[in-house]
Write a protein that binds this ligand. Sequence first.
Ligand code: URA
Length: 289
Amino acid sequence: MRAALTALGDELRRLRAAGVKHIAVSDEAIAALRRTAASRKRVPAPQAAEPEPAAKPAAKPAAPALPSGPVVTLPAGDKAARWAALKSAVQADPVCRAHVRPGMQVVLGVGNLDAAVMFVGEAPGAEEEVQGEPFVGPAGQLLNRMISGMGLAREQVYIGNIMNWRPELPVSADGKQYGNRPPTAAEMAYCLPYLKAQISVVDPAILVALGSTAAQGLLGPGSFKTLGEVRGTWREFAGKPLMITYHPSYILRNPTNRSKRLIWEDLLKVMGRAGMTISEKQQGYFLEK
Ligand code: URA
């Protein structure tokens, strides 16, 4: 148990050094930590003096730096063939595989290869790494509702992520990872060639970055301080117009009409630029009565 707690401390220090300021910790993880702390308190003090350690244990080496991102070369052929080759490449990528725990999956984007709109999220979470598909958990359910508010079905758009694996945190005593953390700049830089390759296959008319991390991943680290500075504005990535908006999980945390309206106004801009018809009803979604 002591080793697990030491590993947790080491990992938190590593994340802080890598610039991670916040990590999400689920209620289950907090409960597991409480159980751990409680069981440590119950352990009786050792009767005999602990032997002196023979030597100071060697400091844990820093996590190895990620290599630079892969060079993704796609075969000639139609979109389906090129996307299938890309999927095989990311699934075989040794760096991605090394970051995925046994039984979990590397995750590539999913959707219509002729989509006009491509959403770009952050990274797979617990459900996504099991199913091997982006946005299938609670944030995904909300994203589906946003898409249907636009008059589209999930199958008509393309949904990808900046990252292809679930950013790791130490596992709990049951071997499971409960929390999520945002990817580091180095992790996003490693995976970016896979996102660019998806953009080149799908060739969407418009990209939509969901949340601050995805937007920083596309625009570059430090390109803005707060999402409020850039959300609702058009930028450019890979030669495509890029709309920046909130991540659906922001709405899950702040389910107010005001926050829903903000994200909806960004999506109205996307619909307008994509030449979609916008009904009066759609214009008025989430306006205070
Ligand atoms: N959040 C993301 O940004 N991506 C996912 O795939 C799931 C949740």
